[in-house]
Design a protein around this ligand. Structure first.
Ligand code: FES
Length: 139
């Protein structure tokens, strides 16, 4: 085997080491409050999807004006609530099977009878300040 061929196969050869950019971990996102929308974008009855740290979050405002921010996936069969989800009164309605969730994320109504006790949307902590909606996020 030639000297050059041996060098190509030697894993200890620094020229064959992975580049520093491949070894470095991805930078973590900082913990904190992130502005995801203006208050005017989430009018009563509106459902809005925004990206936060590479993931979707769903914002909606009830017809009485109460804002809520939730993870996008329905706990029933995983429908994305930001794609076809609607607001009915104080509840967010899933587009697939019309399960309804109150602003705390509790399933309060289904088309099939009593709501499943463990069906619950993951809600996110948020604040509305100076016409901006901030969502808390940490790693
Ligand atoms: S997937 Fe949402 S109610 Fe079935």
């Amino acid at each position: 085997m030639s000297r050059w061929k041996r060098r190509e196969q030697d894993p200890r050869d620094p020229a064959r080491a992975p580049s520093p950019s491949k070894e470095q971990p991805r930078l973590p996102y900082p913990d904190g409050w992130f502005a995801v929308a203006t208050s005017g974008e989430v009018r009563p009855g509106k459902v809005l999807t925004r990206r936060l740290k590479g993931e979707d979050v769903v914002l909606y405002r009830t017809t009485s004006g109460r804002l809520s921010v939730v993870r996008p996936f329905c706990p029933h069969l995983g429908a994305h609530l930001g794609h076809g989800g609607t607001v009915r009164g104080d509840n967010l309605v899933c587009p697939f099977h019309q399960f309804q969730f109150d602003p705390e994320g509790t399933c309060v109504k289904t088309a099939y009878g009593a709501p499943p006790p463990k069906a619950r949307l993951a809600t996110l902590d948020f604040r509305e300040v100076d016409d901006l909606v901030f969502v808390w996020s940490h790693a």
